[in-house]
Design a protein around this ligand. Structure first.
Ligand code: ADP
Length: 794
């Protein structure tokens, strides 16, 4: 019973699941890192950027404030002042709104109270500046009005004083005239009048100077200058007052005094022009101080904003740093997780799949191959608790079964074999004996356990012992010992055997198998055989002798036959000659008749003086005699006795020569002749006899076509398997089976008496045979015949 176990399917599933879990972990880490990054970026977008924007706007407003405040301070009209003040109020409102918004955001709220305080300070400073400017403008206005009044008062003064001066000057002149004319001049009056005149001029001068000083004081820009002018004005006032007292008696003096008092009002007291101018300058100075303090406040505001900007910047940088940290942390963790999962995958692949699975499967595969190849001793790697272990177990069972089957087979082979077999241990002691061997020894039990060499005759004993001794020390399993020997049976009888001893390995054990073949019967059979061979040899000798006699007889008969054949050939030739002679006579008759007629005509023509026509006739006679000469030439060659030696013969030339004998017939009987024999084909033959054969075959073909409509004679020659096959085909009557069967028999003919001897084909057959060739026929009744001569090519 097998315990609980995890197969490699489950192991691989677990391994891949682990890798999968690590991949999921890596993804979660990446997700978390990205999430942190997203939160940081969100924070930057939501808080830092608007805070920066607000700070910038606040700083801008501060800048505008600094730019606009001097415009307010320097306003030269109430309109300018109002305009500047409106702009500043708007800026302050904007700043207030920004600070309120800042207070709502935690990152900026800390700085908001200070900003608010500073803005409040700026506001009150600007209020003060505004009221200062209002007051200064009011003073300028008042001063303007006072100066206007001064001008009018000065005019009044001049209007009063100048006529009075004229009057006094006239009175003085008159008195001076009277004084000159009088004998006793009264100088006292004149002196008095002169004093009045001087006082009045002084009043005029002091008044004018006073007006000039007052007008100058308006243009003075320093309090010291104003103070100097005031002192000078005081001196003038004293002088004016003193001279006013001096002219009190003059008519109109009271009016001058009144106007002079008014003038002095412009130079002295709280509302005097210098006092107003002093106040204006003080207001101006105050305004500049307020402006400076305003600049200071705005600078502080700017510093505060800069600090806030720095804080926002720092918090943004911190957020960016956090993002970077999130990214790098996530990256490190991601790389770590990926590395671990890769390491794990590699370890699984290398340690488990590679070492445990692949290595074990490979080892098991090698064991399987070795067992399949017959090496049943191959060790089988066991161990483990998975499917491979099951396979190893199954392989072991298979191997053990194979060993058992092999042993059983070996045993049954040994038992059933016809030869006598016995096995020994490595020292040569008999272990097993098969039935045949048991029969050879007659008493099997007694030989088991004995040294095998002791069972042999002394002649074989020593070499066998030596073989066993050497083979126990060598490792070669195929060593073989073969010998003819005799075994000693239990009854002491000797039995001849073929002995073969072979070393073999039965798995790790080394043993010997001894084959014993009983050769006693074989020796008897051998003896019997030898006796029979001797008898048979004697018989053969006798028949050989007889055969030699028969051969000599046959040779003699053959020589006779050949002689007869030669005679027959000659006879056949004569017969052909006869036939040919008839033909030639016919052939010659015709030209002879023509020659006679041409000669006769020539004579007639010569007699009539037609020499040219006679020459034509004589030319025709010449042609005819040439043709006749050709015919007789053929006759000569046919009549010649053939040479005995064979040699190369031009097949086409020979065929043409044979055909030329039938020119007349071919033309007369309207036979279409097709000669396809190529030039330059040479066969081994004797030219005259070959021509004889061809003449025979052509003559037969023409004979066969005598009665048919379509007459065609076709000659052809082809190379076939290194030989030349010459065919002579006709479209004649063909041959019936009975004719074909006897065709080459001598004296067989179907022709009427006198036309054929029946020797043509029989002679041709033998001639072709002499050439080392053959003659064959393909014929069908009513379709024509084809004779094929096979000849050796040279
Ligand atoms: P012969 O020509 O004198 O009869 P052959 O031996 O030449 O003797 O021929 C024997 C016979 O074979 C001829 O009588 C004829 O019947 C037959 N024979 C030979 N050649 C042909 C042929 N080409 N076509 C038909 N029959 C033929």
């Amino acid at each position: 019973m097998r315990g609980w176990r995890i197969g490699f399917g489950a192991r691989l599933f677990l391994a891949f699941s682990a890798v999968g879990v690590m991949t999921v972990a890596a993804s979660v880490i990446a997700w978390l890192a990205f999430n942190r990054l997203s939160v940081s970026l969100d924070g930057i977008a939501r808080d830092s950027l608007p805070a920066m924007e607000r700070a910038t706007r606040l700083a801008d407003a501060g800048g505008s404030l600094i730019a606009t405040a001097p415009t307010l301070a320097a306003a030269s009209s109430d309109d300018d002042r109002r305009h500047a003040w409106d702009s500043l109020a708007r800026l302050l409102t904007d700043m207030d709104a920004l600070v309120v918004t800042m207070a709502e955001h935690p990152t900026e709220a800390g700085n908001a109270p200070e900003l608010r305080r500073l803005i409040e300070g700026i506001r009150s400073n600007l209020f003060a500046l505004n009221s200062n400017v209002t007051q200064r403008l009011l003073l300028i206005d008042t001063l303007g009005q006072r100066m206007e009044r001064l001008r009018w008062t000065h005019a009044d003064f001049l209007d009063e004083v100048e006529p009075m001066i004229e009057d006094v000057r006239f009175t003085v002149a008159r008195s001076f005239e009277g004084l000159r004319q009088s004998a006793q001049p009264e100088y006292t009056t004149l002196l008095r009048e002169e004093r009045l005149h001087a006082a009045l001029l002084d009043v005029n001068a002091a008044g004018n100077l006073m007006v000039g000083l007052i007008a100058r004081s308006v243009g003075l820009s320093s309090p010291d200058g104003i103070a100097d002018a005031t002192i000078f004005m005081g001196e003038m006032a004293d002088r004016l007052r003193k001279n006013l007292t001096a002219i009190t008696d003059l008519p109109g003096a009271s009016s001058v005094r009144q106007i002079s008092e008014s003038l002095l009002g412009f130079a002295e007291g709280e509302n005097s022009v210098p006092a107003l101018r002093r106040r204006e300058l003080a207001a101006q100075g105050e305004g500049q101080a307020l402006l400076a303090s305003n600049r200071g406040l705005v600078e502080r505001l700017r510093t505060s904003i800069a600090r806030q900007v720095e804080e926002v910047h720092a918090s943004t940088a911190a957020a960016a740093a956090r993002s970077a940290e999130a990214i790098s942390g996530g990256r490190v963790m991601l790389i770590g997780t990926v590395f671990i999962s890769l390491l794990f995958a590699v370890l699984v692949a290398w340690l488990y799949v590679g070492r445990s699975l692949v290595a074990r499967v490979t080892a098991l595969g090698q064991s399987m191959r070795a067992i399949a190849a017959g090496d049943l001793e191959t060790p089988v790697l066991r161990g483990g608790r998975d499917e491979i272990a099951d396979m190893a177990e199954a392989l072991l069972v298979f191997r053990n079964t194979a060993i058992a089957v092999e042993e059983a087979n070996a045993q049954s082979i040994i038992e059933n074999t016809v030869a006598g077999l016995l096995t020994t241990d490595e020292r040569g002691f008999v272990e097993t004996v098969n039935p045949t061997a048991r029969r050879l020894f007659t008493d099997a039990q007694s030989i088991q356990g004995k040294p095998f060499e002791d069972l042999l005759d002394p002649k074989a004993m020593l070499p066998v012992r030596a073989f066993f001794a050497t083979n126990t020390t060598t490792s070669t399993g195929t060593a073989l010992f073969v010998a003819d020997a005799c075994i000693i049976r239990a009854d002491g009888a000797r039995l001849a055997v073929d002995l073969a001893i072979r070393a073999f390995h039965q798995r790790t054990r080394r043993r010997f198998i001894v084959t014993l073949q009983d050769v006693s019967e074989r020796a008897q059979a051998q003896e019997l055989l030898e006796r029979r061979v001797a008898e048979r040899t004697a018989q053969l000798h006798a028949s050989n002798k007889q055969l030699r006699t028969e051969v000599a007889e046959r040779e003699r008969v053959e020589a006779e036959i050949r002689q007869t054949q030669n005679d027959l050939v000659q006879a056949g030739k004569l017969a052909a000659l006869g036939e040919m002679a008839a033909g030639i006579a016919h052939e010659l008759n015709q030209p002879l008749a023509a020659i006679r007629s041409y000669a006769h005509n020539a004579v007639l023509l010569l007699e009539r003086g037609r020499a040219d026509d006679a020459r034509t006739n004589l030319g025709k006679i010449e042609d005819l005699t040439e043709r006749m000469a050709r015919i007789s030439h053929h006759l000569k060659t046919v009549a010649r006795r053939p040479a005995e030696t064979l040699g190369p013969v031009d097949l086409r030339a020979t065929a043409l020569s044979a055909l030329s004998l039938f020119d007349g017939r071919i033309a007369q009987e309207a036979v279409a002749l097709v000669n396809l024999i190529p030039a330059e084909v040479r066969v081994l033959a004797e030219p005259i006899r070959l021509q004889q054969v061809l003449v025979n075959l052509i003559a037969n073909a023409l004979d066969a076509m005598r009665e048919v409509e379509e007459r065609r004679l076709i000659l052809d020659a082809r190379r076939q398997e290194g030989r030349i096959v010459l065919t002579i085909a006709d479209t004649g009557a063909g041959m019936a089976e009975a004719t074909r069967a006897r065709l080459f028999d001598p004296f067989f003919t179907t022709k009427e008496v006198g036309r054929g001897l029946g020797l043509g084909l029989s002679i041709s057959y033998n001639i072709v045979k002499d050439f080392g060739g053959a003659i064959a026929l393909d014929s069908e009744e009513g379709r024509g015949s084809v004779f094929a001569l096979t000849l050796q090519e040279t």
